[in-house]
Design a protein around this ligand. Structure first.
Ligand SMILES: [Fe+2]
Length: 284
């Protein structure tokens, strides 16, 4: 089994790259690290080279999920294990074919999502300037799947993710480190991105985001509220191409697996403990 250290990055297709870049920099609070080959590499306040890559494309949405592993050896082992498991590898391990990492490989998961395994994140030390809210890091990615059990089994068996909680039998929350969920899958009739969440300092940051983005005419989709599973405070918005993005804080950390028992949350009533139900687009 390959031990994934972190869900470190996501690549999104951008139909209008300039507009998407301006949104994520000016409104959402990210900073540009680098632009190359029709892609823009964006970072949070964390020192990693990029947490989000926007790539010019005909379709918006999930282009690639980036999972960090702990060493170059892990990447080599991953290639062997993936091949043995019959997983389609689209780039064999070698020097990274993008800025910001030393080595990577690429594969497809059972839903057909492109997944990058990478090692050797470049660090960026200089500050990228003031923003209304500066996300601290990429908190989690939620992906819609046509088979939630298959998705869970794949990420558990191949990458070592552990189940933290479920919403009914339609949403599984997975961890690969102490964060309650850096990855989750939700059962839907069509696979694709559900949402991308960015961690912020506290509820005051979420409130600042609500007011600032409201003032800028950015549509707020849901929240503020607090989820049952993960206990995190949230507010969801649309980006200009209708990707769902979230500011979140207070997400549970699990430092000792022996202290944690996954539970099945009943769903509709506990998905928002503040009792504002999810909007239709996020309803099961
Ligand atoms: Fe979320």
């Amino acid at each position: 089994m390959i031990k994934v250290r972190k869900v470190g990055r996501i690549a999104l297709g951008a139909k209008d790259l300039d507009k998407q870049t301006a949104f994520y920099v000016d409104h959402w609070g990210l900073g540009i690290t680098e632009e190359a080959d029709g892609k823009v590499y964006l970072r949070t306040a964390a020192p990693e080279h990029n947490a989000v890559t926007l790539g010019r494309a005909e379709e918006t949405g999930l282009q690639e999920l980036g999972l960090e592993v702990g060493s170059a050896d892990d990447l080599e082992r991953a290639a062997t294990e993936l091949a043995n498991a019959g997983v389609r590898i689209e780039k064999v391990p070698g020097p990274a074919d993008r800025p910001g990492a030393k080595r990577n490989l690429r594969l497809r998961d059972p839903d057909g999502n492109a997944v990058e395994l990478y090692w050797g994140d470049d660090k960026v030390s200089e500050d990228y300037g003031d923003r209304n809210v500066k996300p601290l890091n990429l908190s989690h990615v939620v992906i819609r799947t046509t088979d939630v059990d298959r998705a869970y089994a794949f990420y558990k068996d191949v990458f070592g993710f552990k189940e933290s909680d479920w919403n009914g039998h339609h949403m599984v929350f997975l961890r690969c480190n102490e964060v309650h969920h850096q990855l989750a899958f939700v059962a839907r009739t069509k696979a694709g991105l559900d949402h991308v969440a960015f961690e912020v300092n506290d509820f005051m940051d979420i409130a600042k985001g609500v007011f600032y983005l409201g003032d800028k005419g950015v549509p707020r989709l849901w929240g503020p509220g607090r989820h049952g599973a993960g206990n995190n405070l949230f507010s969801y918005f649309w980006d200009p191409e209708q990707n769902i993005i979230e500011y979140t804080t207070d997400l549970i950390r699990i430092y000792d697996d022996s202290t944690w028992t996954p539970r099945v949350w009943p769903g509709r009533d506990t998905i928002d403990l503040w009792k504002q139900g999810p909007p239709p687009v996020m309803r099961e």
